[in-house]
Design a protein around this ligand. Structure first.
Ligand code: SAM
Length: 185
């Protein structure tokens, strides 16, 4: 929750969240957020978020089912939030192109994502485990480098903090996380 609050810092006005899930980020939203539009394919996830949405002072609307194809007009959001979602979207480049399209110039993408570790030994295990991970965890990848993907999509990363979450060493393929913000030029 501490990391979720941290990544939500600076979100403002109209926010789009891709991979809304069960709404865990709602509790971390700053007061400057006016509304959240949620993109979430899973009806189960959406139902699980019901209580959190009801308790949220910020209005939340489900506006889509797929981050790869957004219905919103160009430049219609002030900020976009993604937590532990870029690992799962099948065509992540398409999703980031859509995020860039719907963000206004100067708008920010906030992300908290697990992904490719800098240590060769951990990265080797991530590559070996990736096919199994995809099968048991709904298409999740261990080997995506979210900040690099965001830069490649034309954003400027202006904050990047990376760490292994606390836990046993065996968990390292799953626990290397990036907390980043990136500006849409
Ligand atoms: C690991 S969960 C993270 C959920 C939430 N963001 C969180 O931090 O708890 C990944 C989420 O991505 C969603 N997802 C999968 N494919 C997606 C897509 N094409 N577009 C948007 N979200 C997607 C899943 O339904 C799921 O809610």
């Amino acid at each position: 929750m501490e990391l979720r609050r941290d990544v939500c810092g600076g979100l403002t006005d109209r926010v789009l969240e891709i991979g809304f899930g069960s709404g865990l980020n709602l509790a971390g939203l700053p007061a400057e957020v006016a509304s959240v539009d949620a993109v979430e394919p899973s009806d189960v996830g959406w139902e699980l978020s019901a209580e959190r949405r009801a308790a949220s002072p910020v209005p939340v609307a489900r506006v889509g089912l797929d981050g790869q194809r957004l219905a919103a007009p160009d430049a219609s959001y002030d900020a976009v939030l993604s937590t532990f979602t870029l690992c799962t979207i099948p065509d992540v480049e398409a999703a980031l192109a859509e995020v860039r399209r719907v963000l206004r110039p100067g708008g920010t993408l906030h992300l908290l994502e697990h992904g490719l570790a800098p240590d060769a030994r951990v990265a080797g295990w991530q590559r070996r485990l990736d096919p199994l991970q995809g099968r048991v965890a709904a298409g999740c990848h261990l080997t995506r480098d979210a900040p690099a993907l965001v830069e490649a999509a034309g954003f400027t990363v202006d904050r990047l903090e990376q760490q292994y979450l606390p836990g046993p060493g065996l968990g390292k393929p799953w626990t290397f996380v990036s907390l980043a913000t990136a500006v849409r030029p």
